[in-house]
Design a protein around this ligand. Structure first.
Ligand SMILES: [Zn+2]
Ligand SMILES: [Zn+2]
Length: 232
């Protein structure tokens, strides 16, 4: 290293990277590229965001992973990326940091990007809002009471709430009351099936399942609506 100097600024203090002092090398080489602004779709109804084509619950971790994937690292070997988030009202300032080395010299660089939400509605919310549903749970009581009705309805709502993070259609589209009980119209059949199975543990008889054909999808596959009837 003795006698070396930076041809750009004249600095004699190392380390030297590809012939330049560290500072000049960093000034002349952009090692970390991130877009200035990243638009992220946000559903105004369920608050989920779309990352890499999938609708997910909002959270720092999935957003950080997504942003790290958007970053391009050049020349740094063994680069480790880290992301920090700083909310700025509607938008979020993200700082992406890459730490690695070039020819054995440790380097870390930082770049900023602004995460801008773009308001929209996700497919499941759009479906639910256009009366889409896949299933119905029919609850019938031998001796109906207001309390029994309310308790069971709350149970169903609670279970749907816990399924919703993974199944966006796990939501009540409508409740229809009648003398003997009520019908809960549910967006997702998968969720309805799970709940019916759980409720059947305390029901008077096994679940009665039926279905009706409501049409065909683009590929010609049958589209059905399912009904799960439970007696209490
Ligand atoms: Zn220099
Ligand atoms: Zn939504």
């Amino acid at each position: 290293m003795k006698g070396m100097f930076c041809p750009n600024c004249g600095a004699t203090k190392g380390p030297f990277i590809k012939g330049l002092c560290k500072q000049c090398f960093l000034n002349q080489n952009n090692l970390l590229l991130v877009p200035e602004e990243i638009k992220v779709e946000h559903c105004k109804f369920c608050n989920k965001i779309r990352l890499g084509g999938r609708w997910v619950e909002q959270g720092d971790k999935p957003l950080k992973n997504f942003l790290a994937k958007k970053a391009k690292v050049k020349e740094l070997s063994g680069a480790k990326l880290s992301v920090s988030l700083e909310p700025l009202g509607e938008t979020t300032l993200a700082r992406v940091k890459a730490a690695g080395s070039i020819d054995g010299n440790k380097l870390s660089v930082e770049a900023k990007t602004l995460v801008v939400p773009s308001e929209t509605q996700c497919d499941p919310c759009m479906r639910l809002r256009s009366d889409y549903y896949e299933a119905k749970i029919q609850v019938r009581f031998d001796s109906p009471t207001e309390k029994g009705r309310q308790e069971l309805l709350e149970k169903i709502a609670k279970q749907l709430e816990s399924l919703k993070p993974r199944d966006s259609l796990a939501s009540i589209a409508q409740v229809v009351y009648n003398k003997k009980g009520f019908d809960v119209i549910i967006g997702s059949n998968r969720a309805a099936q799970k709940i019916a199975k759980k409720l059947s543990q305390t029901a008077l008889a096994p679940v009665k399942k039926s279905s009706s054909l409501v049409g065909r999808d683009k590929r010609g596959k049958e589209k059905k609506r399912f009904t799960y009837c439970l007696r209490f």
